[in-house]
Design a binder for this molecule. Structure first.
Ligand code: HEM
Ligand SMILES: *[C@@H]1O[C@H](CO)[C@@H](O)[C@H](O)[C@H]1NC(C)=O
Ligand SMILES: *[C@@H]1O[C@H](CO)[C@@H](O)[C@H](O)[C@H]1NC(C)=O
Length: 320
């Protein structure tokens, strides 16, 4: 009798703890979030990604990178999209190299006509990164949505949260772990460098005065030609020398041939911490693609604003 009343009390307190944790837990993102509030939302974003990326596939690469740079700084809250003299756009990792903003602006403009004040810029960016992934890699995944937009963007923050291109494997691991991403997810997401470009300034320290010994000498000589010393313009080179416009596992095949462009690319092969994962990804494109889709969803959930937090911006470049 006593025992069972203790049990009841324990069950009751368990129940209360459960209720209170559930009620204070943040609203989760859900697939099909705009099904009732704005049924054409995802199709509208896809239409603009298709339209712009068909003309310039580089914009699809740019959109995938924009989502990463959004999510690692203040979470996926579209802070990277805000204009301003002291916004994230002005920071070293972002200035002069982020692209795809016009795709977001075009999609958002139509969304405001069709469903005013309903679809967040953070969700538009997550959908656009997904559609870019499909377009460049035939990799498909549903995007949980319901993100809301932040009201703060600061030029100091990207440098504190985003990994620089000279990090070693343990620093990369720790940087991603700080965002809840595993070593495997870090290596998997680095496969985004199987599309897009880099400016010479992001890897020129690997070329001169001496070539980085972990770089294939032929590739180094070719890159020295692409990135002349004392050039007045910061030129660009494909990140993946094998299939630069396909989001696929050839990036990892390149790493195994010492043809990784950034220090952070090649170190995945040269460090024993990650070399096995590189080999696995190089071996199996289908398995890598599945991991990439799952890791993009996980990245898209970093520190999101949901429920009544944040706002739905009218224009993605400005807070309301
Ligand atoms: C692992 C750490 C990472 C580092 C250090 C890094 C660094 C860089 C750098 C330096 C560039 C070239 C910028 C320039 O000079 O123009 C670049 C480009 C790019 N990054 Fe990353 N990145 C990392 C991870 C990621 C992740 C996780 C994604 C997405 C899932 C991503 C997607 C891209 C894409 C698509 C480009 C090409 C962008 C374009 O062509 O416009 N990167 N990254
Ligand atoms: C990686 O870089 C960090 C920070 O600079 C340093 O403390 C660490 O010793 C480096 N690890 C390796 C394996 O070189
Ligand atoms: C680049 O400029 C520096 C300083 O003006 C000069 O010493 C160097 O020889 C130049 N390098 C090349 C490859 O022209």
């Amino acid at each position: 009798m006593g025992c069972s009343s203790i049990m009841v009390a324990m069950m009751l307190s368990c129940f209360l703890i459960l209720v209170s944790t559930v009620s204070s837990a943040p609203t989760p993102l859900t697939v099909g979030f705009y099904r009732h509030s704005c049924p054409p939302a995802e199709a509208i974003v896809q239409k603009y990604v298709d339209k712009f990326a068909s003309r310039n596939p580089g914009l699809a690469a740019g959109l995938i990178r924009l989502h990463f740079h959004d999510c690692f700084v203040r979470g996926c809250d579209a802070s990277v999209l805000l204009d301003g003299p002291n916004s994230e756009k002005q920071s070293i990792p972002n200035k002069g190299s982020l692209r795809g903003f016009e795709v977001i602006d075009a999609a958002k403009a139509e969304l405001e006509l069709r469903c005013p004040k309903t679809v967040s810029c953070a969700d538009v960016l997550a959908f656009a990164a997904r559609d870019s992934t499909a377009k460049l890699g035939n990799i498909y995944y549903p995007v949980p949505a319901g993100r809301r937009d932040g009201r703060v963007s600061s030029a100091d923050e990207p440098l504190l949260s985003l990994p620089p291109p000279f990090f070693n494997a343990t620093s990369l691991r720790d940087n991603f772990a700080a965002k809840g991403l595993s070593l495997d997810e870090m290596v998997t997401l680095s496969g985004a460098h199987s599309v897009g470009i880099s400016h010479c300034s992001s890897f020129s320290a690997r070329l001169r005065p001496a070539a980085d010994p972990t770089m294939d000498p032929g590739y180094a000589a070719w890159l020295r030609g692409k990135c002349p010393a004392n050039s007045t313009v910061d030129r660009t080179v494909d990140l993946d020398p094998i299939t630069p416009n396909c989001l696929d596992n050839k990036y990892y095949v390149g790493l195994r041939a010492n043809r990784g462009l950034l220090t952070t690319d090649q170190v995945l092969q040269s460090s024993p911490l990650t070399a096995g994962l590189v080999a696995e990804n190089a071996r199996n494109n289908g398995a890598w693609g599945k991991k990439f889709a799952a890791a993009m969803v996980k990245m898209g959930g970093i520190e999101v604003l949901t429920g009544k937090n944040g706002e739905i911006r009218n224009k993605c470049r400005f807070v309301n």
